[in-house]
Each structure stands twice: as C-alpha cells, then as structure tokens.
Write a new protein. Structure first.
Length: 122
C-alpha cells in the first residue's frame, strides 16, 4: 500500500488525505484518512498547497528603486529590460523581454512605449 501511495503522490503531489482515500478506493483499497495521514508521515509526504502569509514580503528581500521614473523614453532601443519568472516544480519557466520602441502606438509602459515578448521554457 505504501508503494501505491508513493506512486499516486508522485503523479499528483497536491493530493491530500481526502483525495488519496478516493484514489485508493479506485484501486480497491478501502482505508481511512487517519491511516493515509500516518502513511504520509511515514513516507515524509505532504500535499502541496499555498502556505499562510504567502504574499508577505520577506524581511531579507531588498526593494530596488525604479530608476526610469523621470526618464523620457524617446528613441528606439533606449531602454531594455528582462524578467525571469519561475513557477512550481515541473511546470514552466517564463522569460519576458521588453524592447524599447519610439512613439509608434505600441503598448504604453511607464514613460514610453514598449513591446513585450514572452517565451515559455518547458
């Protein structure tokens, strides 16, 4: 049973004890949540879920000033920026590249017009 729980958890790490009980019933095993909880503890497993205070800033995180606030962006390629965003394990990595453009009606960001390109890396 522990091997089956580990196999199911590896495929679906967000399954808690309630969902694992339902999944094991599909395999013909009828066990209670307390048994699943003790198996999770024995295997060192925990369902992935948003933890409390997730949106609070970390005390060691430095807040950087926005250096382009009073800079008028008037020419092509005057300002470039990039952003790398990493999501949960096994999902994806997003890379955004912001290319500066002149006043040609593109998306307006800050003081000037910018175009954005986003790439998803698997």
């Amino acid at each position: 049973m522990l091997n089956l729980i580990d196999e199911i958890y590896t495929r679906n790490p967000y399954y808690g004890t309630r969902r694992m009980v339902k999944e094991l019933e599909d395999y013909g095993l009828f066990v209670g949540r307390d048994k699943i909880r003790s198996c999770y503890k024995l295997l060192g497993l925990e369902a992935i879920y948003p933890k409390p205070n997730l949106s609070k800033n970390g005390s060691e995180h430095k807040i950087y000033p926005y250096l382009l606030r009073h800079l008028p962006i008037k020419t092509v390629n005057q300002v470039w920026s990039a952003d790398i965003t990493y999501s949960a394990p096994g999902l994806s990595l997003g890379v955004s590249l912001m290319l500066g453009t002149s006043n040609n009606g593109m998306h307006r960001v800050g003081n000037g017009n910018m175009t954005a390109t986003t790439y998803l890396v698997a």
